[in-house]
Design a protein around this ligand. Structure first.
Ligand SMILES: Cc1ncc(C[n+]2csc(CCOP(=O)(O)OP(=O)(O)O)c2C)c(N)n1
Ligand code: SF4
Ligand SMILES: [Mg+2]
Length: 325
């Protein structure tokens, strides 16, 4: 293998050659497949990919078939950070400079894999860690994770008389990883493709631990139309449910700023997982988002949709300037 740390090439120079090819078994409209395919394409043939138990293993590499044109490894659920550390060491020992990338789900990153992720980040291992965040444990039947947003239905946070969907707010994993003082952390969305390409290329051009956090719509888990994934990802950014930013050598930078905040109902309305949501829960979520917006964009939204939120509801973002950037 040759030197894999190519300079940032830009959108026009993205290769046409896919590393994750057709014939895999993802649901039509799967955000995971689009994200993994594009990241692998940008990283190119000098790449080795590790995937723990997740939808990506199930649909792309169930023995004896594989949709990967690059070396692919799979072991257990909780150890992405540890396995990519070992892979990189093995390649280094053989004198090979490969892009070693781990692609893990939110369950495998936010929850069970957090310890291995934190260890690899703290050691500043020379690897790229991609979190494919579909906001629940999807391949095992849509169970809640700590990435699941407030109010969302999952099979372990049902909408009934006792509770109406998930009662907790989404954990801010990118901020946690950034606190490890790693060279590069970025949030990505398939709806902002130029931004997406620039961030993957930047990660590719750097050394040390690089973390890419991608919001990936899931058709059965979010109860959405297959054709709506990209629109929903775009609405996530416009409503403040997702913020596009990067932290390069400790310096945070917002990479896309919506002109004005859209009400969260625009995002919720396209997804069956929020069908049951009460007006009170919408207000609670909106209040949290208005606080988060202020932290990320350093701007208070004075009018709608924040005006409808009572300031004393007490469920806002915690105001910690490190929370989210
Ligand atoms: C130690 C361990 N516990 C549980 C499982 C079962 N399991 C496999 S994948 C998975 C869920 C993965 O969720 P996530 O990481 O979000 O990926 P997704 O399925 O959403 O792609 C679970 C619970 C396992 N393989 N190993
Ligand atoms: S369940 Fe969701 S993440 Fe898994 S293959 Fe289907 S759309 Fe993709
Ligand atoms: Mg998941």
């Amino acid at each position: 293998m040759t030197n894999v740390r190519s300079p940032v090439a830009g959108l026009r120079n993205v290769s046409r050659e896919d590393m994750l090819v057709h014939g895999h078994g993802a649901c039509p409209g799967c955000g995971y497949a689009a994200t993994a395919r594009n990241i692998a394409k940008i990283l190119g043939p000098e790449t080795v990919v590790y995937v723990p138990a997740s939808c990506l293993t199930v649909f792309s590499a169930t023995y004896p078939t594989s949709a990967w044109k690059i070396p692919f490894l799979y072991t257990a659920f909780e150890n992405t950070g540890a396995v990519i550390t070992g892979l990189k060491a093995a390649y280094r020992r053989r004198g090979i400079d490969a892009n070693v990338v781990g692609m893990a789900g939110d369950g495998g990153s936010f929850d069970i894999g957090l310890q291995a992720l934190s260890g690899a980040a703290e050691r500043n291992e020379d690897v790229i860690y991609v979190c494919l965040d579909n906001e629940a444990y999807m391949n095992t039947g849509i169970q809640r994770s700590s990435a699941t947003p407030f109010g969302a239905w999952t099979t372990t946070t049902p909408a009934g008389l006792e509770i109406q969907g998930n009662r907790r707010f989404k954990k801010d994993l990118a901020a946690i990883v950034a606190q490890h003082d790693v060279p590069y952390v970025a949030t990505l969305s398939v709806a902002h493709f130029t931004d997406f390409v620039k961030k993957v290329e930047k990660a590719k051009s750097m050394s040390g631990f690089r973390f890419l956090h991608c919001l990936t719509p899931c058709v059965p888990g979010w109860r959405i139309e297959p054709a709506h994934g990209v629109s929903i990802d775009r609405l996530a950014v416009e409503t403040g449910m997702w913020t596009l930013y990067e932290v390069e050598h400790g310096v945070p930078r917002v990479t896309y700023r919506p002109r004005k905040m859209l009400p969260v109902t625009e995002y919720l309305g396209l997804q069956g997982r929020f069908k049951h949501i009460s007006e009170e829960d919408v207000r609670t979520l909106q209040s949290w988002l208005c606080g988060k917006w202020k932290v990320h964009y350093d701007e208070e939204v004075e009018g709608p949709p924040c005006i409808i939120v009572r300031k004393d509801e007490g469920m806002g973002h915690d105001g910690d300037p490190l929370h989210g950037l």
